[in-house]
Design a protein around this ligand. Structure first.
Ligand SMILES: Cc1ncc(COP(=O)(O)O)c(C=O)c1O
Length: 467
């Protein structure tokens, strides 16, 4: 039967042509409005309630669009944050202060040259000069005296950390991927989107400050996990796993599992007297092309340039080749002018001095925040040694504000934003019931913002507690 030039639709069961809709406008399908038949029929109404597909914007699942931090910002908008942001202390978003007034820190460029090359499509793995600058930085800071060194082919430039995480997820094999709880909220969505691997949660013990012990990694591998994802230093707990335990973990994983090390806070390290040392698993890698460790970092946090959207993944050439290529269907690559502008920032001595200034400044902010919260009666069991986050335990506060959601709500009334702990209890594809989540009685407090904002925020929290 030829369907060419058919001007009318057919009734699929009888084959009889339907009446033309151009003369008589009738709808072929039901709408969201209830028909009379449905209004009069309980069983029809029950059917509609039970079938999620029967709703407006049928092609959209809005729950996939938002992370916990965005949800918090939206709640703040309802309390006036959008109209008067300067009157608010946003200690929710994980953003570092971006001004040029940290003592010893270099001034960020205020203009960016757009060359002819910058107008063209760039390579999806990034421009070679920036890839080489990143490799050189890791060799200088972490691989001095080692035979195996990174080259530009071990580096892929990506448009921000989250784009990098998605690229890694896109090229993973059919595998069990182990992740830890609590951890960075955006992992939730990344671990839900891709079907090539199965994400397996591994809760860490509160009593142990959520430390990742090498034994825990050995257990994961013993049960067949072949990819492990973690932030280190860790968001939201502000703790870092460093050598010798970090090296032990890498030894356990060698030849058995791919380690995805999210080192976005590696520069915010207060464990070495603020001497500018960045913590990185690059230190313990034996052969840069054989050890399956994918390190992800960028300009967002430790260079305090979240708006630039320039980040990188460092790893074995073969992995990097795949991660670079998949940018051609995922995100198209990082913008070229900002990649070019990033090259001179990565000179190793300059970075060391920058990290020193950063660590001194942020450690002072951490100390200020910890002192004030302790004076208010918060019990900070273990002082965070890295990042700019405090995982604040609310147990012991009056019942009305002793859980993360209620505390968050009470803070909004004082124009302060924090993030309820529940959002860090990662639950990809919503498989677990979070009703009894052990993260309920926490909030994450960020001391990324400037001192004045921190003071304003702490005054607000003081009022919440005094109420
Ligand atoms: C652990 C961790 N990794 C990655 C990122 C992502 O950074 P970006 O803003 O570059 O996507 C963040 C941002 O909050 C983070 O906390």
């Amino acid at each position: 039967m030829a369907f060419n030039n058919r001007k009318f639709s057919m009734n699929r069961s009888s084959g009889v042509p339907r009446e033309s809709t151009s003369t008589k406008i009738t709808r072929r399908f039901s709408t969201n409005e209830m028909s009379n038949n449905e209004n009069d029929s309980k069983i029809h109404r029950q059917f509609r309630n039970a079938h999620e597909g029967h709703k407006s914007h049928a092609g959209l699942d809005p729950t996939r669009a938002s992370t916990g931090v965005i949800w918090c910002t939206e709640r703040a908008y309802e309390h006036g944050f959008l109209e008067e942001p300067e009157k608010w202390a946003n200690l929710g978003q994980g953003a570092p202060e971006v001004d040029d007034d940290i003592e010893g820190s270099f001034d960020r460029p205020t203009t960016v040259d757009v060359t002819m090359t910058g107008r063209e499509y760039g390579p999806t793995a990034g421009i070679k000069s920036l890839r080489a600058a990143v490799a050189n930085l890791y060799n200088a800071h972490h691989r001095e005296g080692k035979e195996s060194k990174y080259s530009w082919e071990n580096v892929c430039i990506v448009p921000g950390g989250r784009a990098g995480l998605i690229r890694i997820a896109a090229v993973l094999n059919n595998a069990y991927l182990g992740f830890f709880i609590p951890d960075y909220t955006a992992y939730n969505e990344m671990l839900s989107l891709f079907k090539n691997f199965a994400a397996i949660p591994s809760p860490l013990a509160e009593s142990d400050n959520y430390h990742i012990h090498p034994n825990k990694i050995a257990e994961e591998i013993a049960r067949g996990t072949s990819v492990i994802l973690t932030s280190n230093p860790r968001n939201p707990t502000g703790k870092v796993v460093k050598n010798p335990q970090l090296a032990e973990i890498q030894d356990i994983c060698r030849d058995r599992a791919t380690l995805v090390m999210d080192e976005f806070y590696g520069g915010y390290n207060y464990t070495s007297d603020c001497d500018g040392t960045t913590i990185s698993s690059a230190e313990n890698i034996e052969d840069v092309d054989e050890d399956d460790v994918l390190i992800i970092d960028g300009l967002t946090k430790r260079f305090r340039l979240p708006g630039w959207r320039i980040a990188w993944i460092v790893g074995p050439k073969e992995f990097i080749k795949a991660i670079g290529s998949c940018g051609s269907y995922l995100d198209g690559g990082a913008n070229v002018p900002f990649q070019e502008a990033a090259v001179p920032m990565l000179e190793p001595n300059k970075v060391r001095a920058e990290m020193k200034a950063l660590q001194t400044h942020f450690r002072d902010k951490r100390d200020y925040v910890v002192t004030r919260l302790t004076e208010m009666g918060f019990h900070i069991k273990s002082i965070p040694d890295s990042t700019f986050y405090l995982w604040l335990d609310l147990e012991g506060l009056p019942e009305a504000i002793s859980d993360g959601l209620n505390f968050f709500q009470a803070c909004l009334e004082e124009r302060v934003i924090v993030v309820p702990g529940i959002f860090f209890d990662l639950n990809p594809s919503k498989r677990r019931d979070l009703f009894d989540s052990p993260c309920h009685h926490f909030v994450r407090f960020s001391y990324g913002p400037k001192m004045d904002t921190l003071k304003m925020g702490l005054d607000g929290i003081q009022r919440v507690v005094n109420k």
